[in-house]
Design a protein around this ligand. Sequence first.
Ligand SMILES: *[C@@H]1O[C@H](CO)[C@@H](O)[C@H](O)[C@H]1NC(C)=O
Ligand SMILES: *[C@@H]1O[C@H](CO)[C@@H](O)[C@H](O)[C@H]1NC(C)=O
Length: 204
Amino acid sequence: MRITFATTLILASITIASPVASTGYCRPGRKTYIANYDDLPFTEPGPNPIGSYEGLTYNIFQVDQYDFFIPPTSGDKWAMAFGGSGNFSDASQVDSSPSARQPHSSFALQSFSFACVSGVPQPECAITVYGYRTAGGSLKRIITYPRLDSGHPVEDYIMNATTFSREWTNLRSVGFSIARADNGGDMFGGLALDDVKYTISSGC
Ligand SMILES: *[C@@H]1O[C@H](CO)[C@@H](O)[C@H](O)[C@H]1NC(C)=O
Ligand SMILES: *[C@@H]1O[C@H](CO)[C@@H](O)[C@H](O)[C@H]1NC(C)=O
């Protein structure tokens, strides 16, 4: 009697300790991604919306392919917001189907490569990066991409890269907008990102 009861308990705890997502149990996890967009299909003419990719859902951003101007830092594709603003969100906050849903999921933004792309010459570009926290509240950081002057070989035009502090954590969404750094005017160009590194955490 006693043995049977103990065995039942052990079996029950094993079942609880190894939950299966499809039966409604939550599986906590943490996974780091470096999104390079190189495996996404690109067709011309577009549009080539990224949609959901590596745990994030993109708005406005499209896959775009190297056109012999500024090269992507890896491979031959990057994410491009042609009008200069766009955002991405934790896919589980966007896709609410039961299989995709991970309650308490959020991400930490770690780094990316970036360029403002409106041709040569182009003015210095101010990129405002917004982080929206799962618990409410937001972060804001402005990074700049240097002005591009004519009279250079094309190899001189490359992406820049930046890293984010540990403050950029518990995020549900990250948004971008660009403007001229000198006077806040329109850049008339796009924002390109590559090798976006982030860690998605899901709790229970
Ligand atoms: C940033 O981009 C500019 C313009 O493409 C380039 O000249 C410069 O070398 C880059 N800086 C770094 C640190 O990559
Ligand atoms: C992301 O972009 C979409 C489409 O423009 C917009 O509706 C939404 O408010 C944006 N979300 C954030 C958090 O910036």
